[in-house]
Design a protein around this ligand. Structure first.
Ligand SMILES: [Zn+2]
Length: 87
């Protein structure tokens, strides 16, 4: 099982337990639900604490090595949980 580091809490976990995020050409963060998007991905637990920490600490920018559009933790969380529904 591949392992990845959570961008929020920095703990290593199985890739399957982490959400994959990618950033598009406009710097918008997207949830890569199927884990098929090309390019550099960032991984985060589906845990609000991890998501908030990732946003606050700028972990996403570090993971992507480029700027992303301004992002608010609560909004990303809503996006992540919304994406989870129906899966
Ligand atoms: Zn985490």
């Amino acid at each position: 099982m591949p392992q990845r580091t959570c961008t929020g809490c920095r703990r290593v976990d199985e890739q399957a337990k982490l959400m994959r995020l990618v950033v598009d050409g406009n710097g918008r963060v997207r949830v890569d639900k199927l884990r098929m998007q090309p390019g550099r991905g960032a991984y985060v637990h589906l845990d609000r604490t991890c998501v908030e920490k990732m946003v606050r600490d700028g972990g996403l920018q570090r993971s992507f090595r480029k700027r992303t559009q301004p992002l608010e933790g609560g909004r990303l969380w809503a996006f992540l949980t919304e994406e989870e529904e129906g899966s």
